[in-house]
Design a protein around this ligand. Structure first.
Ligand code: ME8
Length: 656
């Protein structure tokens, strides 16, 4: 059993089916902040993340990409700009990274599956249900929402297969007790949803093997079956510590996990299925599952198909890794959804990092350089006005700790920024520039500046889990070189920094962003990315309904010569065509293709028209028929080609 001072935090293991976006980064940055915070407090920390590499979705994607599933996931996980690169860029300090295709994990899952089978908790049956391929989930009819997958809202299809089942129903009472009577699932608001939607309607046994595809952990005692991807995936948290394998031997040290951070849509798997399986193998349960909210765009989920995913690489490159990390945890409460906008990102950086923190550091170090050549004298002259700032700074650690222990990152940062604001106000109250003009006030001036340095030191120590690289720079600027100055123990002890601290103002840490310019650049970049992610060619949906041959034959398609073509007044869409249809009488057809063609380019060409449509007036001009064009979308943009044919075809020739 893990000892009191261990702390084990995990993110979900991500599907390497696409590049990760800002939503995935959110959870990983949060886990990183809590891991760094716990290390700061002296805990023995295990921070685990990884990738969930099996399942039909990956197999299908690999087929589409023309490679093996293993090649496909290797590229997304380890390739350039892949998941490992992203975590390196974001300064993620995970202690371990698990890939579910790692041999030790595969073998461990086989042992675990057999263990549950031998116990009688896994049995063979036949599965009939509704299957959602992207979510790899079977659903019962009653679980569907408007006939669609309740998780992702996409179409499901009927599926039936011989399968193994896990006796989830057997654990229903214990799970209900776990959810309702303990603080296992957080925030508390997620408990009702689980109990009312999944447990009270009756927990059904869970289908835990598949025969319809191959890319998974084989059930070793029944070839043809692969283990359901969620069973394989959930056990990562234990196998990565060495459970049922010899690759690692940290299970005794770190298990049970302290907290699994997971997105709200996978709370069901983590708070019902996962503890039930652990009960089955008779292992201790994780202490907490924390279901965080989503980052949404215009109130809706980010998705590649909507073309609105936000790329962390782009934001980190433009604004810096720390600014992005900070924004994610400062802006949104961890437990609820947060609406992502570029404006919010830029405002947060400008207000908190540039105006408040950046300014405090540069004003303080700048004045020490200006008035004392960078090194403070050691004499002090205290004043009653200092008390408020000292108290605020010294009490900060406790308030911060209380919030961090509840995973309330936003509140913890709010506490720090209250003190930063207090310090900025202290500068106005004490007016060091006025003290600097008076030779007799030098000791007082040194005291004021030392007080500011101490406040910066304390705030920086507590900001380290959020913006580690910037804090390192601030410590250097304020002359906090020794370990003790940066330690948790001294984060509530006034007077830690050497009295004759030597500072260097150096470059500005968080330059103010020109919001208008940055927004325009970002939008152009994101638009280009959105377009690049769109399908190359998109076709109109095919018409399913059949048209009988005789009806089709009634359509009179003819070759027509374009005698004249001109724009139509007050219309930016229409072109007016005067056509020779072979009948000897000119025919007028209006067509909404002005944006695609200059009228003079079409004169003399041979086109195709359907002639026997009822005449229709447009902008007061009767149009007798319709010219035929081919339409499709290219990278999301409408494309149109007027059907022009060989000029040797005479006017009036019938198409049949
Ligand atoms: O679910 N905002 O993997 P995944 C916040 N392999 N979080 C988001 C988000 C957003 N916009 N979009 C996704 C899986 N996430 C499984 C996990 S664990 C044993 C197996 C979060 O790559 C999402 O909520 O689809 C989930 O927690 C995580 O990213 C991984 O999603």
């Amino acid at each position: 059993m893990a000892h009191d001072n261990t702390f084990f935090v995990s993110t979900p293991i991500y599907y390497p089916s696409d590049k990760l976006h800002i939503g995935h980064t959110y959870c990983t940055v949060a886990a990183d902040a809590i891991a760094r915070y716990k290390r700061l407090t002296g805990a023995d920390v295990m921070f685990l993340t990884g990738t969930d590499e099996h399942g039909q979705k990956i197999e299908t994607k690999a087929n589409e990409a023309g490679c093996t599933p293993q090649e496909f996931v290797d590229h997304i996980v380890e390739g350039e700009g892949g998941i490992l690169d992203l975590w390196k860029l974001m300064n993620i300090s995970n202690d371990r990274f698990i890939r579910t295709t790692d041999d030790y994990h595969v073998e461990a899952v086989q042992k675990i599956f057999r263990k549950m089978y031998d116990k009688g908790d896994i049995y063979k049956g036949a599965y009939k249900g509704k299957y959602c391929t992207p979510c790899e989930s079977f659903w019962t009819e009653s679980q569907l929402v408007d006939g669609k997958c309740p998780d992702c809202g996409r179409d499901v299809h009927d599926a039936e297969e011989e399968a193994y089942f896990f006796r989830l129903s057997k654990y229903a009472d214990r799970i209900q007790h776990l959810l309702e009577d303990t603080d296992f699932l957080q925030p508390r608001t997620r408990v009702n949803e689980m109990v009312n939607n999944f447990i009270k309607p009756g927990l059904e046994d869970l289908c835990v093997s598949r025969t319809s595809f191959k890319w998974g952990v084989p059930v070793d005692f029944d070839p043809g079956h692969v283990v359901y991807v969620w069973v394989d995936a959930l056990f990562n948290y234990a196998t990565a510590m060495g459970y049922c394998n010899d690759k690692y031997n940290d299970y005794e040290r770190y298990w049970p996990a302290t907290v699994h951070f997971v997105g709200k849509e996978i709370v069901r798997f983590h708070s019902i299925i996962w503890p039930a399986m652990l009960m089955s193998v008779e292992e201790p349960l994780p202490k907490h599952v924390y279901g965080h909210g989503w980052l949404v765009i215009d109130g809706g989920k980010m998705s590649k198909s909507k073309g609105n995913v936000v790329d962390p690489y782009v934001l980190a490159e433009k604004f810096g890794v720390d600014a992005l990390r900070f924004f994610l945890l400062r802006t949104f409460p961890f437990g609820t959804d947060g609406n992502f906008t570029n404006e919010l990102l830029i405002n947060t950086i400008n207000i908190d990092l540039a105006n408040k923190l950046g300014n405090l550091v540069s004003r303080t170090t700048g004045m020490i350089e200006k008035y004392f050549g960078g090194t403070l004298p050691t004499e002090r002259e205290n004043d009653g006005i200092d008390c408020d700032l000292k108290t605020a700074a010294c009490e900060l650690r406790d308030r911060y700790e209380a919030e961090m222990e509840k995973f309330q990152f936003q509140n913890a940062l709010e506490e720090i920024f209250k003190v930063i604001e207090r310090a900025n106000k202290y500068i106005d109250e004490t007016a060091p520039w006025a003290l600097g003009k008076d030779e007799t006030k030098r000791v007082r001036l040194a005291t004021v500046l030392y007080n500011l340095l101490e406040t910066v030191r304390i705030c920086t120590t507590l900001l380290t889990p959020f913006v580690p690289e910037s804090c390192e720079k601030i410590f250097t600027k304020i002359g906090a070189g020794c370990e003790s100055c940066r330690s948790w123990d001294k984060a509530n002890v006034w007077g830690t920094l050497c009295a004759d601290a030597t500072v260097s103002k150096g470059e500005n840490l968080f330059p103010r962003i020109d919001a208008e310019k940055a927004l325009a650049e970002l939008e152009a970049l994101q638009e280009a990315q959105r377009k690049a992610a769109l399908p190359a060619i998109e076709l109109e949906p095919y018409v399913e309904e059949e048209v009988d041959f005789d009806t089709f034959l009634k359509s009179d398609f003819r070759a027509v010569k374009i005698k004249n073509c001109e724009t139509v007044k007050k219309s930016d869409k229409l072109l007016k065509f005067t056509l020779d249809d072979g009948s000897g009488v000119d025919r007028t057809i209006l067509s909404g293709i002005r944006q695609y063609y200059a009228p003079e380019d079409l004169i003399g060409k041979t086109a195709i028209a359907i002639l026997n449509l009822p005449p229709r007036k447009m902008m007061g001009i009767p149009s007798c028929g319709m010219l035929i064009s081919a339409v499709h979308k290219e990278k999301g943009e409408e494309k149109l080609h007027l059907m022009l044919i060989d000029d040797s075809v005479p006017a009036g020739a019938k198409l049949c």
